[in-house]
Design a protein around this ligand. Structure first.
Ligand code: TPP
Ligand code: DXP
Ligand code: MG
Length: 620
């Protein structure tokens, strides 16, 4: 069947029996391809039938499907003529793992971060109405993504709409790990609505049989919060807002899904179609461990075991161990994650100290202010969060944390280039956005030992601290360089003259190679581990300026607002007699690919940096 799908809408030629065969083939295809390339397996296996039904009922690219997060859009890519792209999935120059308008006209909106789909869909709907156009708009949001505040802002805004807008709630009761919170509980109730409704109808009937008193009881219940109506009409939360609720629908039954979409199309106004799916459906290891197969590297299909892995600790592993140790000794330390307990390494803390572990859902902005509240209440909160997701909390960082000088530690994981997730996930802005906040201290470790030392320093510090470290294996070189962390002080690794490399965090490993290459070519070169990006160690700059002609700053962050600009600013302001070469990321978005390849592309690999330094030095 898959052979018959060459382009968008080809699926319309298949009957339901053929579609069922196709669903099986798609699953086989996805498992086979992702076992080689890695990718988001479990979520994609869960939406095979849902995607097929949408492609059967709607016509692309006229109709617009907006995928929340977009990590589950693989079947959509397959059905829109991108089968060949799967060999290069998430590789440099290859197909993205997320929807991209630049990749296909069938991708209506670029995503990667969660909870945006209803807002974007509503925007499309209003544009359609204003321009007098005629097409369907379907936003597909998962139950995990429905924990994000933006989704509610959008539902609130969509409720009074008079025109058709279809919101699909893909409910597999999982975020990356188990979903959390009140809405998740509510959805669990809706999931069993059939049984529940039947039961309540029975209760109502029985009450009616009681002469006089029965009717009174029903009336009473009607007035209370748990009214009969609430019990017999599933989806009341949505209905009461003015959003038509349809469902729950079995998400692996193609016929039923198609019927439900046909119904949804007829509704005048916003309609929420509640679809129940199973994460990892059709691949036993993923069904058993959906969190492990949410995003996976290459694996052996027969066992589900990972193919690669050096066995070395990642920076996340180091953070995980140290924060547990800190939490064991200091009972005022509490940790927060925004639905990334596994990814940030906080799952271990949860096991040992569940009362001081908080998963706030995919709600980074709330997570920041919640941390501020914890700090104001006397706790020492550590919010472990990916760099790109923390972008969501910028105002909260300023307004709720830094303005009040509250001691919140931001353990910023996935800082720098993250690789195959691409533009939306590269953690390349945090030095700029954190550095621009008054009262914020910004630091980054050169190796695993320094991450441990800095984390202890940060937790003991009386003010907000941003501690950033990257995805991947922790560098374990230079263990002997472990001078105590002192506020605002950098660390001299090699002291010479002429050229001084001042490096931020994990780029240290690359800078060591650069210095070696420079030495081999006959240059003198000092190497300074910046440690603090804010405040910059200006005393050190003054000292270095006495016998160096060139400062080279190295950081995996955009140049704009980064460490290099801070150093350059100080040098200009004080008229220090040195040139500054800032090696950083360009003012651009960086696509997917391995970190190694991407660094070469942006000239932040050791060889390219060495060349740039020599070129600049020779010009002096
Ligand atoms: C703002 C933001 N925070 C965190 C993430 C990481 N993340 C990606 S998918 C996901 C879970 C989404 O759950 P759900 O929407 O239910 O989709 P499912 O994987 O269950 O299909 C999370 C937390 C993200 N993409 N964006
Ligand atoms: C889709 C999404 O946002 C996450 O699944 C992300 O891909 C996780 O990245 P890591 O693999 O770095 O944990
Ligand atoms: Mg889910």
């Amino acid at each position: 069947m898959l052979e018959r799908i060459q382009k968008a809408n080809d699926i319309k030629e298949l009957n339901y029996d053929e579609m069922e065969v196709l669903a099986g083939e798609i699953r086989e295809f996805l498992i086979e391809k992702i076992s080689r390339t890695g990718g988001h397996l479990a979520s994609n296996l869960g939406v095979v039938e849902l995607t097929m039904a949408m492609h059967k009922v709607f016509t692309l690219p006229q109709d617009r499907i907006i995928w929340d997060v977009g990590h589950q859009a693989y079947t959509h890519k397959l059905l829109t003529g991108r089968k060949e792209g799967f060999d290069g999935l998430r590789k440099y120059g290859g197909m993205s793992g997320f929807p991209k308008r630049a990749e296909s006209e069938c991708d209506a909106f670029d995503t990667g971060h969660s909870s945006t789909s209803i807002s974007a869909g509503l925007g499309y709907v209003q544009a359609r109405e204003l321009r007098g156009e005629d097409y369907n708009v379907v936003s597909v949001i998962g139950d995990g993504s429905l924990t994000g505040g933006m989704a509610y802002e959008a539902l609130n805004n969509a409720a009074p709409l008079k025109a058709n807008f279809i919101i699909v709630l893909n409910d597999n009761h999982m975020s990356i790990s188990e979903n959390v919170g009140g809405m998740s509980k509510y959805l669990a109730k809706l999931r069993t609505a059939d049984v529940y409704t039947g039961l309540k109808k029975g209760v109502t009937y029985a009450l009616h049989q009681i002469p006089v008193a029965g009717d009174r009881i029903i009336e009473q219940i009607r007035k209370t919060k748990s009214s009969i109506k609430q019990l017999v009409v599933p989806g009341m939360f949505f209905e009461d807002m003015g959003i038509t609720y349809l469902g729950p629908v079995k998400g692996h039954d193609i016929r039923m899904l198609c019927r439900a979409f046909e119904e949804a199309k007829k509704v005048e106004g916003p309609v929420l179609l509640h679809v129940l799916t199973k994460k990892g459906k059709g691949y036993k290891p993923a069904e058993r461990e959906p969190a492990k197969f949410h995003g996976t590297g290459p694996f052996h299909i027969a066992t589900g075991e990972a193919k690669a892995g050096s066995g070395k600790d990642t920076y996340t592993d180091v953070f995980s161990k140290v924060i547990c140790d800190i939490g064991r000794k200091d009972h005022e330390v509490a940790v927060i994650t925004a639905a990334m307990a596994d990814g940030t390494g906080l799952a271990e803390f949860k096991k040992h100290y569940p009362a001081r572990f908080f998963d706030v859902g995919i709600a980074e902005a709330h997570g920041v202010t919640f941390a501020a509240g914890l700090a104001a209440g006397g706790m020492k909160p550590v919010f472990a969060v990916y760099s790109s997701f923390l972008q969501r909390g910028y105002d909260q960082i300023i307004h709720d944390v830094a303005l009040q000088k509250l001691p919140v530690v931001f353990a910023i994981d996935r800082a720098g280039l993250v690789g195959s997730d691409g533009e939306t996930h590269q953690g390349v802005f945090d030095l700029s956005y954190m550095g621009s906040v008054p009262n914020m201290t910004v630091m980054s470790p050169k190796n695993r030992w320094e991450l441990a030392d800095m984390l202890r320093f940060a937790v003991g510090f009386n003010g907000p601290v941003a501690l950033r470290y990257p995805r991947g294996e922790a560098y374990d070189g230079f263990e002997e360089y472990r001078a105590p962390v002192v506020y605002g002080k950098s660390e001299i690794i090699y002291e010479e003259e002429d050229i001084a490399i001042l490096v931020v965090g994990h780029m240290f490993e690359e800078a060591v190679k650069v210095r070696r290459a420079l030495k081999e070519t006959g240059y003198n070169c000092s190497l300074i581990n910046a440690r603090f990006v804010k405040p910059v160690d200006t005393k050190m700059l003054e000292e270095l300026a006495k016998n160096h002609k060139l400062f080279v700053t190295v950081e995996e962050n955009v140049r704009c607002g980064g460490f290099g600009e801070r150093v350059q600013g100080y040098v200009s302001e004080k008229r220090l007699p040195v040139s500054v070469l800032s090696l950083a990321l360009p003012d651009d978005y960086i696509e997917h690919g391995s970190v190694e390849v991407l660094r070469r592309e942006v000239l932040l690999d050791a060889a390219s940096m060495t060349k740039q330094i020599i070129a600049r030095y020779t010009m002096l």
